[in-house]
Design a protein around this ligand. Structure first.
Ligand SMILES: Nc1nc2c(c(=O)[nH]1)N[C@H]1C(S)=C(S)[C@@H](COP(=O)(O)O)O[C@H]1N2
Ligand SMILES: [Mo]
Length: 417
């Protein structure tokens, strides 16, 4: 059977296609993808050990390191997540350009020539499939479209495992080609060459070089500039949600992170009190904090809590979705003081419950998080009472803690010895 259309090599006409362009994109991804994998895995370490809600199993082997997520430096999670989400976004044009550059290979005819080549194609299918899956699930999640209601975390993690495996195989198979191609045509001199000096990559066995190319319409420099400015634009449109300051105003790609009130509470809110169905009665004068530990259960009104020693901590809350509140001056009672009051001064953990009874309404904090002197049950922020949206009457704030574990509208703390 004679191949037709895109299955014919001469159907592909761009003279830009060839090992060089693919290799330049590949070398960017060779740095970027491991950074994404690392920050992604660290986020799981900080966030959701064992993929259960805070696995507390002692001696849980390799997942044991998950328990060691530190509380200092306090900006650790903000940096990690800002890097993960921002780099993930700005690599999208690079991934698309690389997929464009190897498009003819999708139509290789016949599809499988040998067992070895079939295996290689399978690894590429897993690579492309998983990278697209990771980008799509990641973007959907940060854009609020929780198409994977509670399984995003599992889906994104297992997708990453598939990607990591396929990535290692792919690098192993292609590194030599990439290096040869970049050695034969170094990038720097290419940046000073315009369209007039364009030369196609020499014919080779990669299957990327068009046998019957059109006239070039863009120089190599121009093509790199196109991809680079796409990434730069995405950087400007997204990084501000994590960095804060004036760049937040140009972070148009982040649908959240806009203040909902004025004054000292005017910093980003993701989930508002109204949005979470919190009623005025639940957080009104009848609100009480219940403290459980070794002794009898105790209850505290907000006034009782304000009468305890108060501590101030300058901390930013950083969400897993990449945005941050920026540093705010939180004030309230230290968690370790509450642990002592509950009769568990060296608490190994605290189970936090909110008046809100949904998935975001509870969390478990570990011993090192309770012990940190800046870990608070916050009652105020920036010199005033918390606003309802920021968790009035009381919320958790713990340094370097993933945002979602900083529970708002707290109603009960149960300390484990
Ligand atoms: N009870 C409760 N606490 C909560 C949330 C929530 O929805 N309910 N949102 C969490 C999330 S996802 C983040 S990132 C932080 C900060 O989010 P915020 O902007 O909604 O305050 O609060 C956390 N605390
Ligand atoms: Mo969050």
């Amino acid at each position: 059977m004679r191949p037709h259309g895109p299955f014919r090599a001469d159907w592909w006409r761009s003279p830009l296609r060839g090992p060089w362009f693919t290799s330049v994109m590949g070398s960017v991804l060779l740095v970027g993808m491991p950074l994404l994998l690392l920050t992604g895995l660290l986020s799981y370490v900080a966030y959701n050990p064992g993929l259960g809600e805070n696995d507390l199993t002692p001696g849980s082997g390799i997942t044991g390191v998950f328990a060691a997520w530190p509380t200092s430096p306090s900006w650790l999670y903000r940096l990690n997540q800002g890097t993960h989400v921002t780099v993930g976004i700005i690599l999208v044009p690079v991934v698309l350009a690389k997929l464009w550059s190897v498009m003819p290979k999708l139509f290789t005819w016949p599809p499988v020539r040998s067992a070895a080549q079939g295996l290689e194609r399978l690894s590429v299918a897993l690579l492309v499939g998983s990278v697209v899956f990771e980008i799509v699930t990641g973007l959907l999640n940060i854009q609020y479209w929780y198409v994977f209601p509670s399984s995003f975390y599992a889906a994104h993690l297992y997708g990453a495992y598939v990607f990591a495996g396929a990535f290692v195989v792919h690098v192993g198979l292609k590194l030599a080609t990439m290096r040869r191609s970049l050695r034969e045509r170094p990038v720097r001199p290419e940046l000073s060459r315009g369209l007039d000096d364009f030369t196609q990559d020499p014919p080779d066995d990669t299957g990327l070089v068009a046998p019957a190319p059109q006239e070039p319409t863009i120089s190599r420099r121009g093509a790199l500039g196109l991809v680079g400015s796409g990434s730069a634009l995405l950087l400007v449109l997204s990084a501000g949600q994590n960095l804060g300051g004036w760049v937040r105003d140009v972070a148009l790609l982040s649908p959240r992170g806009r203040p909902t009130s004025g004054g000292p509470n005017a910093f980003p809110v993701n989930k508002t009190a109204e949005g979470r169905g919190i009623t005025p009665e639940q957080i009104g004068p009848d609100w009480r904090l219940t403290l459980r530990g070794a002794g009898d259960e105790q209850t505290f009104s907000r006034e009782d809590l304000l009468a305890l020693p108060q501590h101030e901590a300058a901390l930013a809350i950083a969400c897993v979705e990449g945005w941050s509140t920026g540093v705010q001056a939180w004030s309230g009672v230290r968690l370790r003081d509450l642990a002592a009051l509950a009769g568990a001064p060296d608490a190994s953990s605290v189970f936090v419950e909110s008046v809100e009874t949904s998935t975001f309404g509870t969390t478990t904090l570990r011993g090192n998080q309770v012990a940190d002197g800046d870990a608070l049950l916050a009652l105020g922020v920036n010199g005033v009472d918390l606003s309802d949206d920021h968790g009035y009457p009381a919320r958790v704030v713990v340094p370097a803690n993933p945002g979602v574990h900083n529970t708002k509208w707290v109603s009960r703390l149960t300390f484990e010895a």
